[in-house]
Design a protein around this ligand. Structure first.
Ligand code: ATP
Ligand code: MG
Length: 593
């Protein structure tokens, strides 16, 4: 784990909020006032009592009470400032966790691992709490110990050699124990995750486990993990006790040394009241500060670092989604020849009927030959209408669509099939032979047998050809399934010479693997491919995605759209949920608006 990243994450909120840091320091100083005043107040009160000056004694005790009151206010205000410093850390971590899960599921086209997100979000809470507690303890230790030492050495400077060496040794040993403690704590946190994962897996597969009679096996696996975890807890406890011992020594040793040196100090003219004040400093504030340090910075710091490392490791976002190989740029040439298929939409507006509200408004986009573009959007938004506009089957109310520099409306209807092919959601298959069905867009230029075989193989029609008994089999469209009809229409489009292929949910009746095969075939075909996508995998295969969102449209790559288009995020979320096995199957495209 990159230490720098960990450090950067932890200090970011501190660096960005210097005012809060300054206020935290100021209120921490106020909080430490009782530590500063206590020894002096006790020493002076005793002196005044012994000298019969009761009012003076009460005055000092009142000062101590006031300091305690101010300290309480300091604690309250410091806690508020602390909250302002640690909350941004939690927000940043949760953001990273969710973005990481989304990005990794984007790459694999799998639904996001929401269980892992929930677990890690819980860990982000742990990091937030641990960070708050470490910050709080560290500042309390620094201010309390600092104030105590100032009070102590101004009251009785000669106690210095009895206090500093044991205190320094204790802090040093604590530091040395931090690494082994961290290693054990890390094992503990990872073990916790493993136990949770194994338990979740066992519970989710309970039916299968019972059906296979594998209860004992699963139980044995779980028991091993739990036993390992118990050992990890014990080993953390062992190092933890060594730390507590060290703290105790650091706190008690100065006290014993000062008590042992008391007769000599008294002989050297130090007032007993001052020695009592010094003892109050050591036994009260100093030991308190040390034990707070051991409890907070010990377990808290280690838990903070270990948990933060786990989050940073797990939420590292892949820089590019693992889109499969068909997403490569498609050829705009064939055998070195430009096949054409350059599309330009200029301010295209379209509505059904003169007075109807436009479905598409002022849309401009260039789709160069060789581009694989996916069109996405909620149901009824106008994807099919746009596909028909691009295919020249509908005319824009305003604006123009150029195909290879010529307005598509200018192409004679007869020649359009040579320029573009559109496969709608409900594929059209006519009664006749299979060969007639798949070759009829090559009327004037009959394909060779090998070409037909290659097309059928590429698109995935082979099994149907075998089932029907060859290309000369007479087909009855009603006797075919919707998916089989789509395969026939796809093979027909694949065989056509049109440089622009438009697939309007043309694979919606195929399963994901068959869809990928068909789209892969079209991706290898020279020219422009426009796919109205109805699955996330289909959109991910495209190099550009056009999101239709009411009267707005936005084109871009998957990641930039995820960041910049709320509609695209919504669609992706919908597709993800729909592709989960525990939810209903996805409808053809996406939710209606
Ligand atoms: N021939 C038509 N006459 C009038 N309105 C139409 C016609 N065809 C479609 N519409 C309307 O135009 C809007 C856009 O329809 P379109 O079929 O283009 O949407 P879509 O995004 O393809 O939807 P889906 O995802 O359901 O296929 C819808 O409100 C639809 O009802
Ligand atoms: Mg449609």
């Amino acid at each position: 784990m990159k230490r720098g990243e960990r450090y950067a994450v932890l200090t970011r909120s501190l660096r960005h909020r210097p005012r809060d840091v300054a206020w935290l320091a100021a209120w921490s100083a106020v909080e430490a006032l009782p530590a500063l005043v206590s020894g002096w107040a006790i020493a002076e009160a005793i002196s005044h009592f012994l000298a019969g000056r009761t009012a003076g004694a009460f005055g000092w005790l009142s000062l101590l009470a006031l300091a305690a009151l101010a300290g309480a206010c300091g604690t309250r205000q410091a806690t508020v400032r602390l909250g302002a410093l640690v909350e941004p850390l939690r927000d940043e971590l949760v953001g990273r966790i969710v973005a990481g899960a989304l990005a990794s599921s984007m790459g694999t086209a799998k639904p996001p691992d929401t269980d892992a997100v929930a677990r890690m979000t819980h860990q982000a809470e742990i990091v937030r709490d641990s960070f708050a507690s470490v910050l709080s303890v560290a500042r309390r230790f620094v201010f309390t110990a600092g104030s105590t030492l100032i009070g102590l050495f101004t009251l009785v400077p000669s106690v210095f050699p009895y206090v500093i060496p044991p205190l320094a040794a204790s802090v040093l040993i604590l530091r040395l124990l931090l690494r082994p403690f961290a290693a054990r704590q890390r094992r503990l946190v990872i073990g916790e995750e493993l136990v949770a994962n194994s338990a979740a897996k066992a519970v989710s597969g309970l039916r299968d486990v019972t059906a296979c009679g594998a209860e004992d096996l699963v139980l044995a696996g779980l028991s091993d993990r739990i036993t390992e975890q118990a050992e990890a807890v014990r080993s953390v406890a062992r190092v933890g006790s060594a730390r507590v011992l060290c703290i105790a020594a650091g706190g008690w040793l100065p006290l014993l040394l000062v008590l042992a040196a008391t007769p000599s100090m008294v002989r050297h003219g130090i007032a007993p009241a001052r020695i009592i004040g010094a003892i109050a400093y050591i036994s009260g504030s100093l030991r308190g500060a040390l034990s707070t340090l051991s409890q907070g910075v010990g377990a808290g710091l280690v838990r903070l670092l270990v948990t933060l490392d786990r989050i940073l490791e797990a939420s590292t976002m892949p820089t590019t989604p693992a889109v499969d190989s068909v997403s490569v740029h498609r050829p705009g040439t064939h055998g070195g020849q430009d096949v054409g298929g350059n599309l330009r939409l200029r301010g295209v507006t379209f509505g059904y009927g003169r007075y109807a509200e436009p479905i598409i408004r002022d849309l401009s986009i260039d789709i160069a030959s060789g581009t694989h573009l996916a069109i996405v959007g909620p149901s009824g938004i106008g994807k099919s209408s746009l596909a028909c506009l691009v295919a020249g089957m509908l005319e824009p109310t305003a604006g123009e669509i150029l195909l290879d520099g010529v307005p598509i409306a200018r192409y004679p209807a007869r020649s359009l099939p040579q320029k573009r092919v559109l496969i709608p959601q409900e594929a059209y298959v006519f009664a006749g032979t299979l060969a007639e069905n798949i070759q009829y867009l090559r009327d004037a230029d009959q394909p060779a047998d090998w070409e037909v075989d290659a097309a059928a193989d590429a698109v995935g029609l082979g099994p149907l050809v075998s089932r029907l008994g060859g290309y000369q089999a007479i087909i009855n469209p009603v006797g075919l399934s919707a998916g089989e009809r789509q395969l026939i229409a796809l093979t027909r489009a694949y065989l056509s010479r049109a440089p622009v292929a438009i697939l309007d949910e043309a694979t919606c009746h195929l399963d994901a693997a068959a869809e990928q095969r068909a789209e892969a075939a079209f991706a290898r075909r020279p020219g422009t491919l426009i796919v109205v996508a109805h699955r996330i995998s289909s959109a991910l295969r495209a190099e550009r995605i056009l999101v239709l969102d009411g009267n707005q449209a936005q084109a871009g790559e998957h990641e930039s759209l995820l960041a910049g288009s709320a509609m695209y995020r919504e669609l992706v979320g919908y597709w993800m949920a729909a592709s989960r096995p525990d939810t209903a199957p996805a409808p053809a495209s996406a939710p209606a608006r």
